[in-house]
Design a protein around this ligand. Structure first.
Ligand code: BF8
Ligand code: SF4
Length: 631
């Protein structure tokens, strides 16, 4: 099929991205946008959520307006089909984050049992505070014993037979009561995902409301369970992030060093690569091979994890992953799991780049598989770094192009770091919100999507929010977009409204605070709970919102749903595949307000979306009796 070649400027707003798209075109390297174009017109049934391939009486696709064809073979109508499809998306997203959390429990357990030399307990105080939360008698016990006990109880959280997973109790009392009232308190983390799959088998749950409520429970099991465990254990094992300077964009790659890109989501592998890259033997080997050093750079959420804790520079986000290899300057791409396009092995083969997969759960065409476990991690990490070094002489100098200079960024704003910047309590943050200097806060989160001009919506929305005195916290791929736009330096306060500018300058923080990877959206939940508890209210009363302007992933669906179920109204760019059910659309856009005190808003135009978010924040302020700019 012949397709129109779109100009690089129409595909991405980033200049490093544009340069590499043009280079890829010249070198005949196929990219995500090329494949997107060859997809022809999207199936309207699938886009509306009206196609079902759950069983082999089908597959079915239905048209609710057609009197002959408005039901599937089993009799499922639009509401049932859309709700089942949606619930399966939520379950997949929850499974992804939660399985990531489980891998960290396994590392914690291996530390406790003395089975690993690479990993250790970096934050004993946080370990003890988690132990206390889980009811472990920790006094007089050593770190390793506490680690074993905590790992065991967290494993229980995945399959618990209790009424609630442990960390759901972190929510404000009023919120927990709402969850109880609607029967969505998450029980076991795996149990909810498993039950969602059960309910969506043909002939099980055929009530769209009931299916959606299970979606909320499954999503909450992720946000207040699997993801939260992932975040807290990463902090305990690898350190609580603290503010640190770093850099971003493809300019972080170096002409004279061995460049290794870390991609995926779980810091378990990348932290070991970091350790291996400090090894004097390997540094000497790099010199022997003509390189002046070993340069690690991250992409996507693994990138966020090592950026937050180690200050490792960030090469790019989801749609920049192929382009990072197009520089021709990457010796090794080391991946764990999630959001790793299966095209990457092919792109790597267009250059000298070697791609390595490391998780038994995630293998890729064109990649060498080097399985990393808690027991062998350091040794295998050293092998990977060594292989990358030995690949340096294979770099084809004439094909190397590293576009532009990197942009500076200040990163590492864990809750602990934010509280510290505030002087030890959240009181000053509450005070400036009450005084109206900061109008509220918005978590801008999520992905890139080739359906939308890369990073364009992120930039427009975030710039407009800060200009209107709204503090932005970001995670995931958005955080790369805002950093590249220069919004994560203290000087960016100049782009903020007068009130936010004053606060940023006084505290020495940027107007956009990086809170980490996508599992770290759990940090936003904990912060929102702390604010609500301080005010003796519920999360849904706060002048806050969430926004996912360019989302693509099932994980983003789960995050958006747990945000709404936690009381945070969420603004989406791309429309989820639910438009085939009028009932579900009505529920998502309005009805949920009566259930969770929050709802979804869908607005593809970033300017309009920003206005809607600002209006939402101001109306929440008015309801709290604070001054409001609503006209
Ligand atoms: O988990 S933001 S594209 S990399 S899904 Fe993926 Fe989306 Fe990026 Fe991180 Ni989150
Ligand atoms: Fe068709 Fe029903 Fe089977 Fe879905 S579950 S494929 S609607 S028969």
């Amino acid at each position: 099929m012949k397709t129109e070649v779109l100009k690089a400027k129409e595909l991405t707003v980033t200049t490093d991205g544009q340069a590499m798209i043009e280079k890829a075109r010249k070198e005949s390297v196929e990219l995500v946008w090329d494949r997107y174009q060859t997809q022809a017109k999207h199936c309207t049934f699938c886009e509306a959520g009206l196609s079902c391939r759950i069983c082999m009486m089908g597959p079915c696709r239905i048209n609710p307006k057609d009197p002959q064809g408005k039901k599937g073979v089993c009799g499922a109508d639009a509401d049932i089909i859309v709700a089942r499809n949606f619930l399966r998306m939520v379950a997949t997203g929850a499974a992804s984050h939660s399985d990531h959390g489980r891998d960290l429990i396994e590392v914690l357990k291996a530390i406790g049992e003395g089975k690993t030399i690479g990993y250790s307990i970096r934050e004993p105080e946080k370990l003890r505070s988690l132990a206390e939360e889980y009811g472990i008698e920790y006094k007089g016990k050593g770190d390793l014993e506490i680690a074993r006990n905590l790992a065991h109880l967290m494993e229980e959280d995945f399959g618990t037979r209790l009424d609630s997973i442990k960390m759901a109790k972190r929510a404000p009392v009023k919120r927990f009561e709402i969850w109880k009232k609607f029967g969505v308190v998450p029980r076991g983390i795996d149990r909810e995902t498993s039950e969602s799959l059960h309910r969506t088998h043909m002939g099980v749950d055929n009530d769209w409301v009931s299916l959606l409520l299970q979606g909320a429970r499954n999503a909450l099991a992720d946000g207040w369970g699997g993801s939260m465990i992932g975040t807290d254990l990463s902090d305990i094992i690898f350190g609580i992030p603290t503010p640190k300077e770093s850099e971003v964009n493809l300019g972080v790659l170096k002409h004279d060093e061995v460049n290794i890109i870390l991609h995926g989501h779980n810091p378990v592998v990348s932290e070991m690569i970091f350790n291996a890259a400090q090894n004097p033997r390997l540094l000497a080997l790099a010199k022997e091979n003509g390189a002046s050093g070993i340069n690690l750079a991250g992409v996507c959420c693994t990138g966020n994890e090592v950026l937050m804790r180690k200050g490792i520079p960030m090469a790019g986000n989801h749609l920049m992953t192929e382009l990072a290899l197009v520089t021709g300057a990457v010796e090794a791409l080391i991946v764990d799991y999630q959001c790793i396009m299966p095209s990457l092995g092919k792109v790597a083969q267009c250059y000298h780049t070697k791609m390595f997969s490391t998780s038994p759960k995630a293998k890729f065409p064109g990649a060498e598989h080097v399985e990393i476990t808690p027991e062998n991690a350091l040794e295998k990490a050293e092998y990977l770094v060594e292989t990358a070094i030995k690949n340096f002489p294979n770099r084809i100098k004439e094909r190397v192009s590293i576009p532009e200079k990197p942009v500076k960024q200040l990163t590492g704003f864990s809750i602990e770091a934010i509280v510290k910047a505030l002087g030890g309590t959240i009181t000053p943050l509450i005070d400036v919100i009450k005084a109206g200097k900061i109008r509220g806060a918005v978590g801008v989160v999520g992905c890139n999507n080739p359906r939308i001009k890369h990073d364009n919506a992120h930039r427009i929305i975030v710039r407009k929010l800060i200009a209107n005195d709204i503090l932005v916290v970001d995670t995931g791929c958005v955080s790369v977009a805002t950093a590249k736009d220069g919004l994560k330096v203290i000087d960016a306060a100049q782009l903020a409204g007068i009130g936010l500018m004053e606060i940023c300058n006084a505290l020495g923080i940027p107007p956009v605070l990086h809170m980490g990877s996508c599992v770290d959206n759990s940090r936003i939940m904990v912060l929102a709970s702390a604010l609500a508890n301080y005010l003796g209210t519920d999360i849904s009363d706060l002048p806050i919102a969430a926004s996912a302007p360019e989302w693509y992933s099932e994980k983003a669906v789960t995050i958006a749903l747990y945000a709404v179920a936690s009381g945070i109204t969420t603004f989406l760019g791309p429309t989820p595949p639910v438009t085939g059910s009028k009932n579900i659309v009505e529920m998502a856009l309005n009805g949920l307000e009566n259930v969770f005190g929050a709802r979804f808003v869908v607005e593809a135009d970033p300017e309009k979306a920003a206005d809607l978010i600002i209006n939402h924040i101001e109306s929440k302020r008015a309801k709290l009796g604070l001054d409001s700019r609503i006209k």
